[in-house]
Design a binder for this molecule. Structure first.
Ligand code: F3S
Length: 65
């Protein structure tokens, strides 16, 4: 099974928190008030909300691969 990876572009994220509301296991705020992706939390269950978080970020800061 190939599990996706997510990355939050730190220079693009405005800290709106949508990704964290949608997929809190994977996305958490860091000390800079930006979201950070925890790829070790992406599994068959959370990859669905990971995708959803990426598509709902208002500034397209989340890259999934
Ligand atoms: Fe940042 Fe987008 Fe999440 S602005 S906090 S990566 S929804």
């Amino acid at each position: 099974v190939i599990i996706m990876k997510a990355h939050v572009k730190q220079d693009v994220c405005i800290g709106c928190g949508a990704c964290i509301a949608i997929c809190s296991p994977v996305f958490q705020f860091n000390d800079d008030g930006k979201a950070e992706a925890h790829n070790d939390k992406i599994d068959a269950m959370t990859e669905i909300c990971t995708e959803k978080a990426a598509s709902n970020c208002p500034v397209d800061a989340i890259v999934v691969s």
